[in-house]
Ligand binder design. Structure first.
Ligand SMILES: *[C@@H]1O[C@H](CO)[C@@H](O)[C@H](O)[C@H]1NC(C)=O
Ligand SMILES: *[C@@H]1O[C@H](CO)[C@@H](O)[C@H](O)[C@H]1NC(C)=O
Length: 222
């Protein structure tokens, strides 16, 4: 009996430390844009479950390659809850990643999801960087068809097509709404812009270089 409260505390602590999306509490909660709908869960209104149908759980936007004719040479097509309402409350999401030869999915973070990446075609140089506590260590690999790599939640990661052919990969994420922070876009293209002195000092460069970077067109490949 004496140890019971300690055990409960430990269980609570670990459930907080390892929390992902909350448990659904029902079979599903297909998201709808209808404020008159009776149920509201996780920021979305639920469709009346009796009115749900197979189409609510069906997604076809991965059928065709994304358009990689852009400055990065890559396109990410997401199946997050905003594009796929049937995912609401289910704690999972996907993305299709298309790369032109030498195309890049630039350094970015998913604040709410761990990502597994499976390569279907081509050769990708991928990596992530650990947090300051682990000395900002870079882990990289070259992936070919059939290979899988995992990017832990919240860490900066990237994928570069190092082959002369197109590359195709699918990502699986441990949240219905993993979020996306593209590092360069967040830092150099915030609206309004971050004070030049802040960035010049942070990156140890002169203000002119920061001005130059802030004037660039920071493309979002999503
Ligand atoms: C791909 O995007 C480019 C640049 O926006 C555009 O010019 C081109 O028409 C698009 N191609 C297709 C097949 O949609
Ligand atoms: C990080 O660097 C410090 C200082 O060099 C070292 O003592 C520590 O062991 C390193 N930690 C890891 C996880 O590599």
């Amino acid at each position: 009996m004496k140890f019971f409260p300690t055990f409960v505390l430990l269980a609570l602590a670990s459930s907080c430390a390892f929390a992902s999306d909350p448990s659904p509490l029902q079979d599903f909660c297909v998201a709808v844009n209808d404020p008159n709908s009776a149920v509201f869960v996780n920021g979305k209104f639920c469709k009346d479950p009796k009115l749900a149908m197979a189409d609510d759980f069906f997604f076809t936007k991965f059928r065709y390659p994304g358009n990689t004719s852009n400055q990065l040479g890559s396109k990410v097509t997401t199946a997050f809850v905003d594009q796929f309402p049937g995912l609401n409350t289910l704690g999972i999401a996907m993305a299709r990643l298309d790369f032109a030869p030498y195309g890049l999915n630039p350094p970015h973070i998913h604040p709410r999801g761990t990502e597994m990446l499976a390569v279907m075609e081509g050769t990708l140089h991928v990596g992530f960087v650990t947090s300051n506590q682990l000395n900002n260590t870079l882990f990289t690999k070259v992936l070919t068809k059939g290979d899988v790599f995992v990017f832990p939640q919240g860490l900066i990661h990237f994928q570069l097509n190092i082959g002369q052919t197109n590359a195709l990969a699918f990502a699986f994420l441990s949240s219905q709404n993993p979020g996306l922070i593209t590092i360069a876009n967040s830092v150099f293209a915030s609206k309004p812009p971050i004070n030049v002195d802040v960035l010049a000092k942070a990156f140890q460069v002169d203000n002119k270089l920061i001005n130059y970077l802030q004037e660039q067109n920071w493309f979002d490949n999503h």
